[in-house]
Design a protein around this ligand. Structure first.
Ligand SMILES: NC(=O)c1ccc[n+]([C@@H]2O[C@H](COP(=O)([O-])OP(=O)(O)OC[C@H]3O[C@@H](n4cnc5c(N)ncnc54)[C@H](OP(=O)(O)O)[C@@H]3O)[C@@H](O)[C@H]2O)c1
Length: 307
C-alpha cells in the first residue's frame, strides 16, 4: 500500500494532477511535492488542498538537475516513502543540449541524472519501500504515424551512451525532440537494470501518453513552441486521436504505482503507432528494451556521471 508518495515536478502538469488523483484515495497519508521553485510549490499545495479537501501535501524543495540538491533533499527526508514518481523534466527548455557543470546536457540532467541519484540515495538510506515509477515516452520506440524516429544506436556500448549524455555523439546540431527520445530510452533501460538489481522494490517505466493541458511546450524554442503548443497539441493531434486529456495521462501514473499486475522492469506505454489508449508492454514493440547488456550499459554510463 502506498501511504507516503513522493512526486518530482509536482507543481504543474502531470505531476500535479497525479497528486490530486492519489489524494482521492483515503489510504494515501502524505504526498511530497518535490519542486524546484518554492513559490510555485506553495501555490500548487494550496490549490491541491482546496480541490481535494485534504491536508496531506508537504513541499520538498529540490532541483533534480543538480546532484547536490537531490542529495541534500533526500538526506533531509525524515521518513521512508512507499512510492516515488519520477516525473520532473520535459523537453529541456530553450537549450536542451547545453552542458551543465557535471558535463551532461541540460535535458539529461533534469530528466535522468537527478532521478538516478535520487533513487540511489533513497535505497542507500533504506527510504524507498515499494515502488518507483519513471515517466518515459513513446518516443523511446518511435511513432511512425507522427514521423517520430526510434533512437538509433551503433552498439549500445557504455561509451555510446556516455556520448549521448555529454552530447559528443551528435556531430550536427541536434534538436530537443531527438535528444529527448535518446535520454528517455537510456533511462528506461536503467529502470529495467534497477529492477534486476533491486528485486525488493518495483521499478515501472510508464509513459503518460501524449497529454494536453501541461506546461511541457512553454519553454521550447520559438518555432517548436508554435508547432507543438499552438498547432500540434490543440489542433492536429486531437484530429488524429493522438492526444488525451491531463486526467488520462496522470491516471497512467496512478496505475503504474498501484497496479500490481504490472511487471517490475517493464516499460508500459500506448500500443504500437499510438500515443493514447490502453497501455501495453513495450518490449513487444521494441525487443531491444529487454536486452540485459544494453540495460547494464545504460546503467553504467549514467553512473559515470552520478558518482
Ligand atoms: N505531456 C506529454 O505529452 C508527455 C508525454 C510523454 C512524457 N511526458 C513526460 O512527463 C513528465 C511531465 O511532463 P508535463 O507534460 O507534465 O510537463 P510540465 O507541465 O512542464 O511539468 C514539468 C514539471 O517538472 C518540473 N521540473 C522541470 N525541471 C525540473 C528540475 N530540474 N527540478 C525540479 N523540477 C523540475 C517543472 O517545474 P517548473 O514549473 O519549476 O518548471 C514542472 O513541475 C516529463 O518527464 C515529460 O517528459 C510528457
Amino acid at each position: 500500500m502506498n501511504e507516503i508518495i513522493l512526486i518530482t515536478g509536482a507543481n504543474a502538469g502531470l505531476g500535479k494532477d497525479a497528486a490530486r488523483q492519489l489524494a482521492e484515495n483515503p489510504d494515501t497519508k502524505k504526498i511530497y511535492l518535490a519542486c524546484r521553485n518554492e513559490t510555485k510549490a506553495k501555490s500548487a499545495k494550496a490549490e491541491l488542498e482546496l480541490i481535494t479537501g485534504r491536508n496531506i501535501f508537504e513541499i520538498m524543495i529540490v532541483d533534480v538537475s543538480k546532484p547536490n540538491s537531490v542529495r541534500s533533499a533526500i538526506a533531509n527526508l525524515e521518513e521512508p516513502i512507499d512510492a516515488l514518481i519520477m516525473n520532473a523534466g520535459g523537453m529541456g527548455g530553450k537549450k536542451p543540449g547545453e552542458l551543465t557543470v557535471d558535463g551532461v546536457s541540460t535535458i539529461f540532467a533534469a530528466n535522468v541524472l537527478g532521478h538516478v541519484i535520487m533513487v540511489d540515495e533513497l535505497l542507500k538510506a533504506d527510504k524507498l519501500k515499494h515502488v518507483a515509477m519513471y515517466a518515459s515516452s513513446e518516443g523511446v520506440r518511435g511513432v511512425k504515424k507522427m514521423g517520430i524516429k526510434k533512437p538509433e544506436f551503433k552498439s549500445h556500448s557504455v561509451e555510446e551512451f556516455i556520448s549521448i549524455f555529454n552530447g559528443s555523439n551528435f556531430v550536427e546540431k541536434v534538436n530537443g525532440n531527438t535528444l529527448y527520445a535518446y535520454i528517455k530510452y537510456a533511462a528506461t533501460l536503467w529502470m529495467s537494470a534497477m529492477a534486476r538489481k533491486h528485486p525488493a522494490v518495483r521499478f515501472i517505466s510508464m509513459s503518460p501518453g501524449a497529454t494536453s493541458g501541461t506546461e511541457v511546450t512553454n519553454n521550447l524554442p520559438l518555432f517548436e513552441k508554435i508547432m507543438y503548443k499552438y498547432i500540434g497539441f490543440p489542433i492536429l493531434m486531437p484530429l488524429m486521436g493522438m492526444v488525451h486529456k491531463l486526467e488520462k495521462g496522470a491516471q497512467r501514473y496512478v496505475k503504474a504505482i498501484t497496479d500490481e499486475s504490472l511487471i517490475s522492469g517493464k516499460f508500459y506505454a500506448s500500443s504500437d503507432n499510438k500515443l493514447t489508449g490502453p497501455v501495453t508492454d513495450q518490449s513487444n514493440i521494441s525487443p531491444d528494451l529487454v536486452n540485459e547488456t544494453y540495460q547494464d550499459n545504460a546503467y553504467e554510463a549514467i553512473h559515470r556521471f552520478a558518482a
